[in-house]
Design a protein around this ligand. Sequence first.
Ligand SMILES: [Zn+2]
Length: 639
Amino acid sequence: MSAVPSSARPAGAGSPGNVSRTVERLEGLAVLGTASAGAVRIATPALLESRVGAEDGPGPSIRSEDGPVGQRRLRLSDGAASVRFDVPVLAPEVAAGGPTVLPVADGAFLVHAPAGTAELGELRAARPDIVLLGNARALWAEGAPFVAAIRALRTDVGSAPLLWAPRVALPHRIALLAYLGIDLVDTVEGRVEAARGTYLTSSFGAVDPVPIRRERACPCLACVADPAGTLDAHVVEEYRRAIVETRAALRAGRLRELVESRLTAEPALAEMLRYADRELGPLLEQRTPVAADASRTYVLAESHRRPEMLRFRRRLIERYRPPHAKAVLLLVPCSKTKPYRNSRSHRRFLGALEGLPGLERLHVVSVSSPIGLVPRELEDVPPARHYDIPVTGDWTEGERRMVEEAFDHLLRSGAYRAAIAHLDAEEYSFLSARFPSSVPSVWTVPEGRTTSPAALDALRAAVSGVLDSAAPVPGGPLAVVREELRELAAFQFGRPAAERLFAPPVRLAGPPWFQRITDGKTDLATVREERGLFHLTVAGARRLAPEFPLAVSVDPTLPLTGDLFVPGVRSADPQIRVGDSVVLLRDGTLAGVGEAALPGPMMTDLAHGIAVRVRHREHASTDTPKTDESSRPERGPVV
Ligand SMILES: [Zn+2]
């Protein structure tokens, strides 16, 4: 059998004393869950309220205490227990030489970035509960180095430790800091700013308080009081609102949208998000589920860089090929209704073609920003039916490029004999020069409206003209559906696995919205249109041997009775994403199938929680798939 690429569990990991982080939901590098640092237990992401003197209050806090000379003593409290850090005062703030990783308490370390890979490797081996990014404030001011420090820490130390970036957070930065995987932020900087006379808001950053207080736009006690309360009292309230708003957005799977909506508060936020999308791309993609549960808005140029969009575009080019039976490419504009095929415009396109012979030879492909090109058989794959965008008909250079790349791939890898562009010739003129001479093309929208009678007539005439001469598909339309489903499997599992899964004998069963792939007797895989991804059965997984994709190696001493928990994972394919249909192996032998509740690398980084929701086990008396879908983690991993 194939070696399972690791993410292998480090020796001794998962033992008591290891950080006990739990995961409820992931987005960006943010983890909604709980974690402990020593005796302190904190819900992440968290705001540490800085307290001085007799100040007190509920929730996690941080307090500066008298310490030995040359050290800053910090006490982190969750309201019940506390942990003390003795932090050396380093000068200058960005260290030149000297140690870059220092213990500051049991299980707590100060990192002065940039730290070397070797030092971070030693830090990983120490399995810290919490890492303080000591020079976070100086790194943030530099921009890119802040993101580089996060990348180094999360790559070399892993996802388990809590990460605290002291004195960086202002209310409007909290959503982005959470998205970047900063688990703990504090109120220190905002209170310093308030003492300097700065009025801070989550929406606009630093602003003039006079219009806000005159309009009573801030509901906090300090702002509604007469006379008005202190800026310090206001900013603490603003921080509290910002963290609960961030947590709520994360719980709803809309943290990225909140981050983008905050970009106008400070240009540095847009810079930082750009660095993050570029430098943290692989980490962000790793944490992004392949399943989706609701539509998202993609309004700004920054939306186009979201990891799920980049992944769809990359997988189209790397994994997908147009079914061989598709002889004619038909390009159509996308629609607001998802999936596109249910939209009024797309139903009218197909209505115009009704009764024409050989329509199974026609490959309907939608053109859309920010996703690029969406072949009909991939319309249910997230995020193809989970996005909403403003439509203006103006294409930016970047949007054109993403469409052109996908277009060139389809033309290169498909077997098209002709193409029809049912698109506004002016709006999509950037595509007209890209049709190769071997694929004659015709444009069928004479006056800008794709659903006008003239356009629909032209569409029918063009399609009937090119399909007339196409030979019937051997095996008929069902053979084409099988090819389409195989491409869907290639998109999900990669091409070699899809070819093994669809090797003869293969039959299709069930309605189009819930297709079952069988070998004639036993189900191999099922796909529901709302999910857009296959679930494997054990018999289906058996077909993937010997190179099992998305495999999780299970502790051989562990009886597999219910779901698979993290301590029972020996190693996991780092390509596994939340929602993936995974194969469970025991000593290299197939043990079951399930749905990933964590990305592969987190299955071995963490010490607790569900790794895989097991759907079928090898010894199960039946391979009949569950039809209630009760164990789907479409709302993210729940522990
Ligand atoms: Zn206020």
